[in-house]
Design a protein around this ligand. Structure first.
Ligand SMILES: NC(=O)c1ccc[n+]([C@@H]2O[C@H](COP(=O)([O-])OP(=O)(O)OC[C@H]3O[C@@H](n4cnc5c(N)ncnc54)[C@H](O)[C@@H]3O)[C@@H](O)[C@H]2O)c1
Length: 333
């Protein structure tokens, strides 16, 4: 039986992955330090005999040791996620996103695990020309502290090929959407949908910039595929994670939302603070692993509007910090 350690498993993606794995007969260990006081997010799993939570740090050998007892595979999700939070906390970012991840990559050598999957980001492509499509070989151009650390860790992991006893795999995630026990409204699709639902006037910058998106449930399914894939197929391979069908501009997202919330008020502005523009090719993950997303951007919008109508996120405007990566706990490290 597979027993997977999710480092950073109490987060937005990690909780969705936990749900998927428990449902599919895995045992799940989670190591997380609740950096956003996000303890609430693991409530659905506590008490499940196949779920074990370990409070601790990605870069702490003692914590890694406790959490890794009997695990067959490791997924590294933990970190300060996003450009704004890494800019706000550069010291913690260096400690966690740079040093912590590398310590973890080193720690698992010789522990007899099958695969170590490092979750990276398509943000690594940064700013590319309008008519170009970034495949895994495309030159990386990380623009933020966040993406620079991801690129650095990718290179570090790839340098371990032939030197460690596990198969290292890198998945460059698209920007996530979809409902999760640790909901984030600091991500484009969910933020735009929530704001328009609550009748806020939305100011959208650079509406023609492209970005790929992927539902958290599809990420969970892809991780399942990777964990069960022949080692030779994924061993020290990099995959863009998502699907061509979900390459969207901000304007295309707004148009989808307005199909559901026709009275939404939107204004457009030029040159916001985020210069990223990248359209990504997902041919490799499709041809090598047979992965294509089940959820379209429009599905994510509809499920979120449904949840908002039920009142699930009625506090999300006034309780902003609970629903995103804004403020970290004091004395985190
Ligand atoms: N959400 C996206 O749109 C997106 C896009 C591309 C890549 N990714 C990657 O996916 C992964 C998960 O993202 P997410 O959206 O779930 O983020 P998140 O912020 O919701 O979750 C991160 C989790 O890591 C934990 N954590 C932070 N520092 C830690 C430390 N030092 N030790 C232990 N745990 C720590 C946090 O408490 C949190 O539970 C990240 O690696 C991120 O870079 C996410």
């Amino acid at each position: 039986m597979k027993k997977v350690l999710l480092i950073g498993g109490a987060g937005y993606v990690g909780t969705s992955v936990t749900s998927h794995f428990l449902k599919n007969g895995y045992k799940v260990n989670v190591l997380d330090n609740f950096i956003y006081d996000n303890q609430f997010s693991i409530q659905p799993y506590l008490g499940d005999p196949d779920y074990n939570f370990y409070f601790g740090e990605i870069g702490n050998t003692h914590d890694l040791n406790r959490a890794s007892n009997g695990v067959t595979d490791v997924i590294v999700l933990a970190g300060l996620v996003g450009d704004p939070i890494t800019k706000k906390y550069p010291t913690e970012s260096e400690e966690i996103n740079n040093k912590g991840v590398k310590k973890c990559i080193d720690f698992f050598n010789g522990k007899g695990i099958d695969k170590l999957i490092f979750i990276s980001t398509c943000s690594n492509y940064g700013l590319i020309n309008e008519n170009e499509l970034a495949d895994e070989e495309f030159e990386l151009n990380p623009l933020s502290l966040y993406a620079k650390a991801k690129v650095d860790n990718e290179l570090y992991l790839l340098s371990k090929k032939g030197k460690v006893d596990y198969a290292g795999v890198i998945l460059r995630f698209s920007t996530a959407f979809g409902l999760s026990p640790r909901m984030r409204f600091d991500l484009t699709i969910s933020e735009f949908t929530r704001d328009l639902f609550f009748d806020q006037e939305l100011l959208v910058f650079d509406e023609h910039t492209w970005r790929p998106y992927c539902h958290v449930r599809d990420f969970a399914r892809l991780l399942d595929i990777v964990i069960n894939a022949d080692k030779a197929k994924v061993d020290f391979e990099v995959f863009n994670a998502g699907g061509d069908i979900n390459n969207f501009t901000k304007k295309m997202i707004i148009d989808e939302i307005l199909n559901v919330i026709p009275n939404g008020k939107v204004k457009y502005g030029k040159q916001g603070s985020d210069p990223r523009n990248y359209k990504v090719s997902f041919e490799k993950v499709k041809s090598k692993l047979g992965f294509e997303p089940n959820f379209l951007v429009s599905d994510g919008i509809k499920e979120l509007v449904n949840a908002l109508e039920i009142g699930v996120y009625s506090d999300s405007l006034e309780n902003k910090d609970k629903y995103g990566n804004f403020i970290i706990r004091k004395n985190t490290i």
